[in-house]
Design a protein around this ligand. Structure first.
Ligand SMILES: Cc1ncc(COP(=O)(O)O)c(C=O)c1O
Length: 397
């Protein structure tokens, strides 16, 4: 390097930011340059797999653009949308109101705002193991320490003893992702109640991500709100999955009425104001998506149920893999029994290289509980899934 041309400083905080689901694409692009034909099962994007938002929602978007509603929206969100969101979340039992809703650029931005608001240097945030990677990335970015607690993937329950043992005087929040990415597990009411009780006992925030709330296959879904009452719940949700709007980038934070949330209800909107607003026409489309016909949700979930049945059955028929039940979302998280490679990351790279199937290494969802697994998306059409499963079977055998 020429003298005086050393790379300029970078904040060490950014070194803790990882997103395995997309970081792994670098390896796939490299393999493609070497002539490998790659099929992608890494990103949970239904719209890239043949699903689209319903036409009434698309029309509402176009109508807003044509009407000239192309200016900055209010920072906290369009009043009609905040009203529709509050109504939707209240129907799931959450004690909230339109004034307690802040509309964001996807849950991703909501999570950034929430962690920025509550995490100081050295604060600990409890995450379900395994977890969706941005949870640890944003906690680290804001100076905190992610701490994983065990969840029994086969029994579908959090390990309450483990959770309790990991609470320290630096713990500020317990996060839940329900239904779970990456495991497809869905917590029952009793598990949610246990977690709410522990959080209240220790004066912790409860951050609950319900982005897959209507993508459940067997039993009904229990929202955290219906067991939490006036506990300090920060509910995260959005329009990417159930509403098939991944590319439109819309989500929200909904706070309960808890007096313990008074500070964050007051201060988080400052973060919303400093980033100005979210996309205005998309907010009109989101109102239509919540208030208009809902038939597309059943159709979508019906399709996914068949794909879930196919993928779980096929994976469990492969000696060398063991796949827990999937009750919601659109991911499988099989365990690799007797991995001949040094770790799950090497397993995923070899599968990519030899069979052109891109999945995500389990350790990308937290080392403590994700290692030794991989995550595969089951959104693509059945024949595409069958072909990938044939190749996974060949590879593992
Ligand atoms: C649990 C969970 N939360 C949030 C997101 C991202 O949401 P958004 O598109 O609203 O930023 C995802 C996407 O995969 C997810 O699985």
């Amino acid at each position: 390097m020429e003298q005086g041309q050393d790379s300029l400083k970078i904040s060490p905080k950014v070194a803790g930011v990882e997103y395995a689901i997309r970081d792994i694409v670098l390896a796939a692009k490299e393999a493609e340059r070497r002539g490998v034909r790659v099929d992608y099962f890494n990103v949970g994007d239904p719209v890239q797999c043949g699903f689209q938002p319903p036409s009434n929602v698309v029309e509402e978007y176009v109508r807003a653009v044509r009407r000239g509603d192309n200016y900055y929206a209010p920072s906290e969100g369009l009043p009609e949308l905040r009203e529709a969101i509050a109504q939707r979340e209240r129907s799931k039992g959450l004690h909230t109101c339109p004034e307690n809703v802040v509309v964001t650029n996807g849950i991703s931005e909501a999570l950034d705002m929430v962690t920025a608001s509550i995490v100081e240097e050295g604060d600990e945030v409890l995450l379900p193991g395994p977890y969706y990677p941005p949870y640890s990335s944003y906690v680290r970015l804001h100076g905190g320490v992610p701490v994983e607690f065990a969840v029994d993937l086969f029994g579908g329950k959090p390990d309450m003893d483990d959770l309790r043992s990991k609470i320290t005087d630096r713990t500020v929040a317990i996060c839940l992702i329900n239904p779970s990415n990456p495991t497809g597990m869905v917590f029952d009411a009793a598990s949610l109640r246990d977690i709410v009780d522990v959080a209240n006992e220790h004066g912790l925030y409860i951050i609950c991500d319900e982005i897959y709330d209507r993508i459940v296959f067997d039993d009904g879904f229990v929202g955290i709100g219906s067991v939490a009452g006036d506990s300090p719940v920060i509910l995260l949700n959005g329009f990417s999955k159930v509403h098939l709007m991944t590319g439109w980038r819309l989500g929200y934070v909904a706070f309960t009425d808890s007096p313990r949330l008074e500070n964050i209800r007051r201060y988080l909107p400052r973060l919303a104001r400093v980033r100005i607003a979210t996309n205005m026409p998309v907010q009109y489309a989101a109102v239509e998506s919540l208030r208009g016909p809902q038939g597309h949700v059943d159709e979508f979930v019906g399709e996914l149920r068949q794909r879930r049945d196919l993928v779980v059955r096929r994976l469990n028929s492969i000696p060398g893999l063991s796949c827990p039940d999937v009750r919601g979302a659109f991911y499988v998280f099989p365990r690799i029994l007797d991995n001949p490679y040094p770790d799950d990351y090497q397993f995923v790279l070899r599968l990519l290289e030899e069979q052109g199937v891109l999945v995500v290494h389990g350790s990308g969802f937290g080392h403590a509980y994700g290692s030794g697994h991989f995550r595969m998306v089951f959104l693509p059409p059945p024949q595409v899934l069958e072909s990938a499963l044939d190749r996974i079977e060949r590879f593992v055998s």
